[in-house]
Design a protein around this ligand. Structure first.
Ligand code: FES
Length: 171
């Protein structure tokens, strides 16, 4: 075999190895997430059917917003942590439960109910004097331009369960 022929074969082999390597790498990239989700269902994203118990009886709520803290499990890649969330919950006139997110829609500070004497019976955001009505509707002329978000609500065995936070355009 001439020196030239040897070098041609070696180039072909090199190409074969390279293409096989790249192909294998791409296949692994495509298959890895599928295998991961098949093997560990806990890693699958939350569905809209996910509700968490607040441990509070629905009958305990009145028409006055009450602060409710509840814990959700959060999965970040392989890391599982517990996060405490808050809702302002009250019974509406028709008896249904409204659970509002306390996150101000201006820049995300936390609003409180009826805790500013200049603005009684309102949700007040201390960061930039944001104001909301009891149903979470933002007051025009204050910084927030959207109502407070609401949590999905479910009642099981008389206990309040909360789901995803849903942004609203109107309250
Ligand atoms: S963050 Fe609430 S008013 Fe600005």
């Amino acid at each position: 075999m001439s020196e030239d022929k040897k070098s041609q074969v070696s180039r072909r082999q090199f190409l074969n190895y390279t293409l096989t390597g790249v192909g294998g790498f791409m296949a692994a990239g495509l298959l890895a997430p599928m295998i991961r989700f098949a093997v560990d269902p806990a890693l699958q994203p939350e569905t809209s059917g996910d509700f968490v118990s607040t441990g509070k009886e629905v009958d305990s709520f009145t028409n006055e917003p009450t602060r409710v803290d509840f814990t959700v499990e959060q999965q970040d890649a392989w890391y599982n942590s517990k996060v405490t969330k808050t809702a302002w919950v009250y019974k509406q006139e028709d008896g249904s439960i409204l659970a509002l997110s306390p996150k101000c829609t201006h820049l995300g500070c936390i609003v409180g109910w009826n805790d500013n004497e200049d603005h009684p019976n309102m949700f007040y955001c201390p960061c930039h004097d944001g104001l909301y009505e009891k149903n979470g509707k933002n007051i025009p002329g204050t910084p927030p331009t959207a109502p407070l978000s609401v949590y999905d609500v479910q009642v099981k065995d008389g206990i309040l369960y909360l789901g995803k936070e849903i942004p609203r355009k109107e309250a």
